[in-house]
Structures are given as structure tokens and as C-alpha cells.
Design a protein around this ligand. Structure first.
Ligand code: PGA
Length: 239
């Protein structure tokens, strides 16, 4: 299983340190061998050996250069970061990233051998049009993306489920994930209002290989609880 915490623009350096201490000791005390990825804000990156992966929520696709306000490969290398989130709905919808920009990021960081957690997901109006519209919409979010990239992880995150407390039904998640499974052999995460109470049920679905959690992962103990649920499921799902 793959369990990810996306902090977004939350937590200070000190809060992130305290959080990582809890998560790292939980992972070692419980011999967790699932893939755990934490995406802190840039300001909380540290150059420390970790027993979980640290990823960034964004970066500019260049070695370095005149890109005011951006962070590039040179700065990520300083922290040995090799994992990145690309295509998150907040970057697409709030920051206005186009599929072209997203594709450029994907190509650049794939060339650098990064683990890429690539997010797709439909707004509510598309969901309401039915399953084939939904899949057509997601298809446009795969334009220019190499679905055979070996270090790819795909996260399905319906826009209307992110930070709203709403989640699709298990059947709806499974329907989308089985369609995604037919397109790529990359592990498939579900994201959007995952919390302690629904994480186990979602991860138990056949074509769900993990979760990407925002607000409910801000509590280290809740995040550890979800990690424990993932690790219990491995035996059941034969992973
Ligand atoms: P949420 O966010 O868990 O707060 O809905 C998920 C995400 O945006 O990755």
C-alpha cells in the first residue's frame, strides 16, 4: 500500500519536525513496509535521513534560472528530494496550471527519475454528466503524460471531494479505478476527504493501492492510524 500525506500550505518547520518524529517512530516501531510519502511545505524541508519518503507539492521544470518565486531541481537536490506531486487539482484550478505546463513538469521530472504522484479528477459538473464524460475528462488530463513511466503513481482525486467531506461511493471509486487500471500498470491512489473512518474501506477496494490524504493527515496520530490500516490490509489483499 502507498499512504501519502499532503500538507498543502499548512504547518511550520517546528510543527513538521514534531509530526515527522511521531510518524517515523511509528513506522520503525511497527516495522511498516508500506510506502509512506509526506509532502510538507518547501520551508519545512530538511536534509535528514528518513524512514519515509519526502516529496514536494510542486516545482518548476528547470535546473535553475530566472523563475521568480519558483523552486527548481537545484534546490530539491540540496534536500535529496526525488518525489513530486504533479497535476493536483488546487494547482490546476486555483493556480491555473494548464495541461501543457503540467506535461512540461512531468517530462522534466521523469527525465530526472523522480517518483511522480500524478493527480487526475473531475469537477462535480462533469461527474453529473455520467461515467463516460468523467472518463473523457480524465483522458484529457493524461494528454502528454507517459503512463508507462516506471516511477509513476496515479492519484484519482475528484475535485468535488477534496476538502469537502464528500466522497464518492465505494462502487463509484472502484468503477473509475478499474477503468484507470486498464490504462496503466502504475499504482492507483484515491484522494479526496479520506479520513480514519473511511480509509480502510477505500483501501480494501480491489483496484485501490493506497490513499492521498490532505486535511485528515494533518494530525500525525490520525495519519499513523491510516498507515496501520494500510499495513493490516496488505495481508488480506495479498500484497
Ligand atoms: P483532502 O485533500 O484529504 O483534504 O480532501 C486531499 C488532497 O487534496 O490531496
Amino acid at each position: 500500500m502507498i499512504v501519502c500525506a499532503n500538507f498543502k500550505a499548512n504547518k511550520t518547520r517546528q510543527e513538521t519536525r514534531a509530526y515527522m518524529a511521531v510518524v517515523e517512530s511509528f513506522v520503525s516501531a511497527n516495522d511498516i513496509d508500506d510506502t509512506i510519502i509526506v509532502f510538507p511545505p518547501f520551508t519545512a524541508l530538511e536534509h535528514l535521513p528518513r524512514n519515509v519518503l519526502i516529496g514536494v507539492q510542486n516545482a518548476y521544470p528547470a535546473q535553475n534560472g530566472a523563475f521568480t518565486g519558483e523552486i527548481t531541481l537545484e534546490q530539491l537536490e540540496e534536500f535529496e528530494v526525488k518525489t513530486i506531486l504533479i497535476g493536483h487539482s488546487e494547482r490546476r484550478h486555483i493556480l491555473g496550471e494548464s495541461q501543457e505546463q503540467i506535461t512540461a513538469k512531468f517530462r522534466f521530472f521523469a527525465e530526472q527519475g523522480f517518483v511522480i504522484v500524478y493527480c487526475v479528477g473531475e469537477p462535480l459538473s462533469v461527474r453529473e454528466e455520467g461515467f463516460s464524460s468523467l472518463m473523457n475528462y480524465i483522458e484529457t488530463q493524461f494528454e502528454g503524460i507517459d503512463l508507462t513511466y516506471p516511477d509513476l503513481i496515479v492519484a484519482y482525486e475528484p475535485v468535488w471531494a477534496i476538502g469537502t467531506g464528500l466522497t464518492p461511493s465505494s462502487q463509484d471509486i472502484e468503477q473509475v479505478h478499474s477503468a484507470l487500471r486498464a490504462k496503466t500498470s502504475a499504482p492507483l491512489l484515491y484522494g479526496g476527504s479520506v479520513k480514519v473512518e473511511n480509509a480502510g474501506e477505500i483501501m480494501a477496494l480491489e483496484n485501490v493501492d493506497g490513499i492521498l490524504v490532505g486535511s485528515a493527515a494533518l494530525s500525525a496520530s490520525d495519519f499513523c492510524d491510516m498507515v496501520a490500516q494500510a499495513s493490516e490490509l496488505n495481508t488480506e489483499k495479498g500484497e
